[in-house]
Design a protein around this ligand. Structure first.
Ligand SMILES: [Zn+2]
Length: 513
């Protein structure tokens, strides 16, 4: 606008004003708009005030947009081959520049209002200089922010305090909203797809490699935040008065499982490793856990069992990491106030060791279906492939196991084993009997059912299945670091803590803090 001669500027404004009024007359607010436009565009008081030129630019863009939108509407109404989707797309596309300008302006003003204080140690910065321009990709296109830079003598580092305030610190050049989009999409689908879906739905262009990099960066940030939250959960004193008042004593249910994931840590070294007699490991364990209060398990409207509030944990960093993360999660979900706790899992030795170690007070239960599989293994050793015989032998035992006592079942198997001639069948049966004996204190299914507790680890198994859908697609390889970052994002999302990572999503809902 500055380059236009005064007369053409006045003419342009007049035209724009007319267009905007016409456009808005359809919704009956002509007076207001005309008043507003006059105040913004031709008020003599505006001259000489520092904010005015920018305010004016935004208002002019808005008026220009209004004119353009009106034209699009007319075209849309006249076009016989367009449905509402066409105008949705057109309106979105045309508004983008105005939204971009507004975002850029807001960012710039906030940057200018940021005091020259070190965001890390709060020390006053020295050797200040201004106008360090950097361009960030925002939801509405690139925005350039000119920021001040200063030196922190205490940290011995150069700082851009505005970057911290704006949420532009830990990024490869993306606004917080775009950082979030990259993180969410990459944790839900392969990056090549994510990049295309993002552009299609939002118009944000984030090439595959950039999206991948940004998502990982956000995932690493999520890992650091998780660490901090876990430390807070474990080291802060119990806060009984801040928690919701516990009226009825409740049990905390904890379920643990693991699944494996394919990774490419040793890629390019396969030949060397094989020569050295090592087979490269491609599959690695992802350790997972879930916890919930028994009184928060209920039925959905459709009659299906559901749990209203559940905590999730998934990690690639080994059993110790799972133990600490799950403990912190259980504390956050109310382990400290629980009347008791119950760990349910399949028979893996590491799980019971973990439970003894970190949830020493908790009761332990072997997943019912897992126990049944071991019974079925006895049946197969006895009856081979004769499925009918196997079924009629198995059915009463399963019933007894569920409704009576595991000791009764084990006793029958012991008697059966005593009568078997030595051989492979006897060996197989002996193995299973020993397994069930080892777990006999973990098979209190009747008492569990009567107390309304789950007897199987279905909740964690379904979680594993869902997560695997994302992380175990055919032909997909991951690195451990990349895995952990993406898993961590996925878990923040599932635990409804996404807003802690991306605070612009903070919902004012005290039940989800
Ligand atoms: Zn500092």
């Amino acid at each position: 606008m500055k380059n236009l001669p005064q007369t053409s500027k006045a003419k342009f404004l007049e035209a724009v004003e007319k267009g905007a009024s016409q456009f808005l007359s359809g919704i009956g607010r002509v007076d207001e708009v005309e008043e507003g436009m006059n105040a913004i565009c031709s008020s003599p008081e505006a001259v000489g005030q520092p904010q005015r030129p920018e305010a004016e630019a935004l208002a002019i863009s808005a008026a220009r947009l209004a004119v353009g939108l009106e034209r699009s509407i007319n075209q849309f109404v006249a076009a016989t081959d367009q449905n509402l989707g066409s105008i949705e797309l057109a309106v979105e596309k045309e508004s983008r520049e105005l939204l971009r300008q507004a975002t850029e302006k807001a960012a710039q003003q906030k940057a200018e209002a940021t005091p020259p204080i070190c965001p890390v140690c709060q020390h006053r910065l020295s050797r200040l200089s201004t106008d360090h321009a950097r361009t960030f990709e925002s939801k509405f296109g690139p925005i350039t922010v000119r920021r001040a830079r200063g030196y922190c003598r205490r940290c011995r580092k150069w700082r851009f305090p505005a970057d911290t305030v704006l949420g532009l610190e830990e990024t490869a050049g993306y606004s917080p909203r775009v950082q979030e989009m990259a993180a969410l999409l990459a944790s839900k689908m392969p990056v090549a797809e994510a990049s295309a879906v993002l552009e299609h739905l939002t118009g944000v262009k984030l090439p595959r490699a950039s999206l991948d990099r940004e998502a990982r960066r956000q995932g690493q940030r999520a890992q650091r935040l998780r660490q901090k939250l876990d430390e807070q959960a474990c080291h802060s004193l119990p806060r009984p008065l801040q928690q919701e008042l516990v009226l009825e004593p409740y049990q905390m249910i904890i379920q643990i499982d693991a699944w494996n994931i394919r990774e490419r840590d040793d890629w390019g070294r396969t030949g060397t490793m094989r020569q050295a007699g090592q087979e490269p490991e491609r599959w690695h364990w992802v350790y997972t856990g879930t916890c919930f209060r028994l009184d928060q398990r209920g039925k959905t409207a459709g009659g299906r069992p559901g749990i209203s509030q559940r905590g999730f944990v998934a990690t690639r960093e080994g059993i110790d990491a799972l133990r600490e993360q799950l403990h912190a999660e259980a504390l956050r979900r109310g382990l400290g106030q629980a009347a008791g706790a119950l760990v349910i899992a399949d028979g893996a030795v590491w799980i019971w060791r973990l439970a003894d170690d970190r949830f020493g007070q908790a009761r332990q239960r072997l997943d019912f279906y897992h126990a049944v599989q071991h019974l079925a293994a006895v049946g197969r050793a006895l009856y081979g492939e004769d499925k009918d015989k196997l079924k009629s032998w198995l059915r009463p035992l399963v019933k007894q196991l569920k409704n009576e006592s595991c000791l009764k079942v084990i006793k029958q198997l012991e008697e059966l084993l005593a009568d078997l001639p030595a051989g492979s069948s006897a060996q197989a049966v002996a193995k299973e009997v020993q397994y069930l004996q080892e777990h006999q204190n973990r098979m209190d299914y009747r008492a569990g059912s009567r107390r309304g507790e789950p007897i199987g680890s279905g909740a964690i198994e379904s979680t594993c299945r869902q997560t695997q859908c994302r992380f175990k697609r055919p032909g997909q390889y991951w690195s451990q670091k990349g895995d952990e970052a993406l898993l961590c994002l996925e878990i923040f999302w599932r635990n409804e803590r996404w807003h802690l990572l991306f605070p612009h999503n903070h919902r004012i809902d005290p039940s989800k803090n």
